[in-house]
Design a protein around this ligand. Structure first.
Ligand SMILES: Cc1cc2nc3c(=O)[nH]c(=O)nc-3n(C[C@H](O)[C@H](O)[C@H](O)COP(=O)(O)O)c2cc1C
Length: 306
């Protein structure tokens, strides 16, 4: 029996496999199923900035009165009391699943939504993952304008919450090593998740329309986060979780060799179901056995750039 335990965001995880934020982490039953199948932690489905703002803003009607479309948009988001349901999910998950629960917020600004983070902490979330959705497509904005959002968000959150903060990064950054180093210097971030996987448009040649490419990754997509974790993990002290393209035990091992503290898996669980976590853990143990490693720390970071 190998020791698969690892530290991530100051949390002691029994193994390196975390279920990443997705539609599957939106229900207590699913979270429990993942926990029963060996998941070390779960990142809840993200709550979106617009959802939080809509529920925080008591006079939502007055600020949207000139823009009926935006009111419809807000109403659409708030009709199910998503925010209070989210807090309830954290509470229930903490009570019923004996693994760390990481809340997730998806944002595009450092706006007033940050006050909501306190409620997430109060409900018992073990950490908060912030997914800052930056697609630098505005020709009027410079890289600094986009990067400033990361700094503003963590500045606004620090002092407000004491649970660890992980930043789920966009791979569309012109100088990622510099950005991650500067974020590290703030001393306010506990970890980085590389990377967010954006919605990908694709074209239908038959009728000249746009459609969504597959929302699921393929195993070969692991190479981009693998490169960046190998480059960055020895450069800063914060933890790294790999996201995108980890589909099997081999993917888990590669990311650990690059220096990741943990991996997040999503697409492979949609395809293979929760029991696949056990399969990945068995593959990791078998490989460790073959290589005579007893703990993750004996090989973590062996193939990092450092
Ligand atoms: C259906 C679906 C829903 C997702 N929802 C979220 C979300 O709410 N917040 C988030 O940060 N990432 C979300 N993701 C992205 C995943 O967390 C992950 O970063 C991405 O799928 C790449 O990992 P994978 O290769 O293991 O699938 C979603 C992915 C899928 C497939």
């Amino acid at each position: 029996m190998k020791d698969l335990s690892t530290q991530y965001l100051g949390l002691q995880l029994k193994n390196p496999i975390i279920v990443g934020s997705c539609g599957l982490t939106n229900s207590l039953a699913k979270i429990q199923e993942f926990a029963e199948n060996g998941a070390a932690a779960v990142v809840l489905k993200s709550l979106f900035e617009e959802q939080i703002l809509a529920e925080l803003n008591h006079n939502v009607k007055s600020w949207t009165v000139d823009y009926p479309e935006s009111y419809d948009y807000v109403r659409e988001y708030t009709r199910d009391n998503v925010v209070s349901e989210y807090l309830e999910l954290i509470r229930e998950a903490k009570k019923n699943a004996e693994i760390p629960i990481i809340a997730s917020i998806n944002c595009v600004s450092s706006d007033e939504w940050v006050s909501f983070a306190k409620s997430v902490e109060n409900e018992g979330a073990d950490a908060l993952e912030i997914n800052i959705s930056l697609l630098p497509s505005d020709p009027k904005k410079k890289s600094e304008d986009y990067e400033k959002i990361y700094f503003d968000v963590i500045e606004n959150l620090s002092g407000l919450i004491s649970i660890p903060i992980a930043l789920k990064m966009s791979k569309y950054s012109s100088a990622l090593a510099n950005l991650v180093s500067r974020l590290s210097w703030t001393g306010k971030v506990s970890g980085f998740v590389l990377f967010n996987r954006y919605y990908r448009p694709d074209f239908v040649l038959e009728n000249l329309t746009v459609q969504s490419a597959s929302v699921f990754s393929t195993p070969d997509e692991i190479t981009i986060p693998l490169r960046w974790i190998a480059l960055l993990s020895g450069m800063v002290d914060e933890d790294f979780a790999a996201s995108t393209g980890v589909h099997d035990g081999e993917g888990v091992i590669k990311q650990l060799l690059a220096g990741a503290n943990a991996v997040q898996v999503v697409s492979t669980l949609y395809k293979n179901g929760a029991p696949h976590i056990k399969t990945m853990l068995n593959e990791l143990e078998e490989w460790m056995d073959k290589k005579s490693f007893n703990t993750i720390d004996e090989f973590r970071g062996r193939l990092s750039n450092k």
